[in-house]
Design a protein around this ligand. Structure first.
Ligand code: UGA
Length: 434
C-alpha cells in the first residue's frame, strides 16, 4: 500500500521505516527541513539501535522517502499521524496542537476518501472529536482509526516490527480491515489484533503506561521500607515476581522513571479524568507521580550522607544522564534532574553519558560534561551511577577505586555487585538494597 507518516520524530521515523520493511511504499512528512534532509540521507537525528540501518536500506531501495511538503500525501491510501503530544507548558494536560495541526493539514491535502490512522498518545475523547472535524472537512468521506503505539525507546525497531499486540479503535468495522491489510505480515505471525471503539483504544495506551508507572513506584516504595528495615528490595522483587500474577518485569527499584512518555502520560490521564469528573478514580496516580519524584530527592539526600553531610565543593562523578540506557533522550530524566539538583546545592558535578551528553548539555549547560567515564571519575569524592549503561555495569571496582579521591558509590539503578565493590574498598549504597 502507499502510506504517509506525518511527523518523523521517534515514533514516526521508526514507524515509517518499519512499514517500508513490511513491504509498503512510505513517505514520511515533517515540517522540519533538517530532519527531512538527514532522514533522506539515511541518518537518524537521535540514537536508536538499528534504526539508521533500516532507514538507509529502504531509502536506498526507494520504498521510503521523506518530504517537507504535505502535498506528498496526495497519492497515499492511508495516513499515519505520529506527531508528539508533550505536556502542555502551563498545565499537566497534553498539548494537542501538533495533532490538531497534522489532521487539519492532512484534510486539505489527502484524497478525501482515504483513511487517517492516529498513533500519537491522546486523551480519551480526542479521536471522536477529530473524526467529526475530518468528516466535515472532507464532505463525510474520510475515515479515522485510532491505533496506539507501544514501542519502547532502545527497542523501537523490534517493538514496531514484532509488537505484543495491535489495537485499533474504529467507528466502522470495515476500517479495521484496511489496517489489518497493512499489518498482514505481523498478524499472520500471530500478533493479536484487537478491534475496539475509539475510547477503549485511546485508554489501552494510557492504562498500560499507568500500570507500568505504578509497578515502578510500587517497588520504589518497597525500597524505602527495605532501607528502613535492613531488608533487600532486589530479593523481594525477585520473590514476589515469581508469582506469575505479579511478574518480575518493571520491578527494578532505583531513582525512578522518566522519559517522554510515562511521566507526561500519567499526568495527562489525571487531567483528562478531572475534566470528565472522574478524577478521584485516578487519585492513586498522583501518589505514583509523587513517589517517583521523591526518589530523586532520596538520591540527593543519600549523596549528602555519603559525603558526610556536605555537598558544597564536593566533586561528584555522574555516570549516565539519559532517562534509560541505549537512548540519548534526557526528557524528564531522573538522572539529569539529580545532577542538576546537586549542582544547585554547590557540588562540582562532572557528567558523562555515552550518548546523551549533547542533549543534556543543551538542557543544563551549567554542568561540567566530559567525554569519558575515566575523566568523570578522576578525583571524584562521590561516584553516582544513575543510568545503567553496560559500560558502567562493567566497571572494575579495583581499578575505579584508584581513579577517585574517595571510594564512595551511589548505585541509583542497583546494578553493581555490592559485594565486589565493598571488597575493593568502596562504601556502597544502592536503593533499598543491603
Ligand atoms: C514506555 C513504555 O514502556 C512503552 O510501552 C510505551 O510505548 C512508551 O513508554 C510510550 O508511551 O511511547 P519508554 O518511555 O521508552 O517506554 O521507556 P521504559 O522502558 O518504559 O522506561 C521508562 C522509565 O522507567 C525509564 O526511566 C526506566 O529507567 C524506568 N524503569 C523501568 C525503572 O525505573 N524501573 C523498571 O523496572 C523499569
Amino acid at each position: 500500500m502507499r502510506l504517509s507518516v506525518i511527523g518523523t520524530g521517534y515514533l514516526g521515523a521508526t514507524h515509517a521505516a518499519a512499514m517500508a520493511e513490511l513491504g509498503h511504499e512510505v513517505v514520511g512528512v515533517d515540517a522540519d527541513p533538517r530532519k527531512v534532509e538527514a532522514l533522506s540521507r539515511g541518518e537518524v537525528p537521535f540514537y536508536e539501535p538499528g534504526l539508521a540501518e533500516l532507514i538507509a536500506s529502504h531509502t536506498a531501495s526507494g520504498r521510503l522517502t521523506f518530504s517537507e511538503d504535505i502535498g506528498a500525501v496526495a497519492d497515499c491510501d492511508v495516513h499515519f499521524v505520529c506527531v508528539g503530544t508533550p505536556q502542555a507548558s502551563a498545565s499537566p494536560a497534553a498539548d494537542l496542537s501538533q495533532v490538531d495541526a497534522a489532521v487539519e493539514a492532512l484534510a486539505k491535502s489527502m484524497r478525501p476518501d482515504t483513511v487517517v490512522v492516529g498513533k500519537s498518545t491522546v486523551p480519551v475523547g480526542t479521536a471522536q472529536r477529530l473524526r467529526a472535524e475530518l468528516r466535515e472537512a472532507t464532505a463525510g468521506q474520510a475515515r479515522l482509526v485510532w491505533n496506539p503505539e507501544f514501542l519502547r525507546e532502545g527497542f523501537a525497531v523490534e517493538d514496531t516490527l514484532r509488537p505484543d499486540r495491535i489495537v485499533v479503535g474504529v467507528d466502522d468495522d470495515r476500517d479495521a480491515e484496511v489496517v489489518a491489510d497493512i499489518y498482514r505480515t505481523q498478524i499472520s505471525q500471530g500478533t493479536p489484533f484487537l478491534v475496539t471503539d475509539y475510547a477503549t483504544a485511546e485508554l489501552v495506551k494510557v492504562a498500560a503506561n499507568s500500570f507500568l508507572a505504578t509497578k515502578i513506584s510500587f517497588i520504589n516504595a518497597m525500597s524505602e521500607i527495605c532501607d528502613a528495615t535492613g531488608a533487600d528490595v532486589t530479593t523481594l522483587a525477585h520473590a514476589i515476581g515469581l508469582d506469575e500474577r505479579i511478574g518480575r518485569r518493571f520491578l527494578r527499584a532505583g531513582i525512578g522513571f522518566g522519559g517522554g512518555c510515562l511521566p507526561k502520560d500519567i499526568r495527562a490521564f489525571m487531567a483528562r479524568a478531572d475534566e470528565m469528573g472522574v478524577g478521584e478514580s485516578l487519585a492513586f496516580l498522583r501518589e505514583v507521580d509523587r513517589l517517583n519524584l521523591q526518589q530523586r530527592d532520596t538520591a540527593v539526600r543519600m549523596a549528602a550522607e555519603l559525603l558526610d553531610g556536605s555537598l558544597t565543593g564536593a566533586r561528584i562523578a555522574i555516570l549516565g544522564v539519559a532517562f534509560k540506557p541505549d537512548s540519548d533522550d534526557v526528557r524528564d530524566s531522573p538522572a539529569l534532574s539529580i545532577a542538576a539538583a546537586l549542582h544547585l546545592k554547590g557540588a562540582e558535578v562532572v557528567v558523562h553519558d555515552p550518548r546523551a551528553g549533547a542533549n543534556a548539555q543543551r538542557a543544563y549547560p551549567t554542568l561540567n560534561y566530559v567525554d569519558s567515564a575515566d575523566e568523570a571519575l578522576r578525583d571524584a569524592d562521590l561516584t553516582m551511577l544513575l543510568t545503567e549503561w553496560q559500560e558502567y555495569r562493567d566497571l572494575d571496582p579495583t581499578r575505579t577505586a584508584e581513579q577517585v579521591a574517595r571510594p564512595a558509590v551511589f548505585d541509583g539503578r542497583n546494578v553493581l555487585d555490592a559485594e565486589s565493590w565493598r571488597r575493593a574498598g568502596w562504601t556502597y549504597r544502592g536503593v533499598g538494597v543491603r
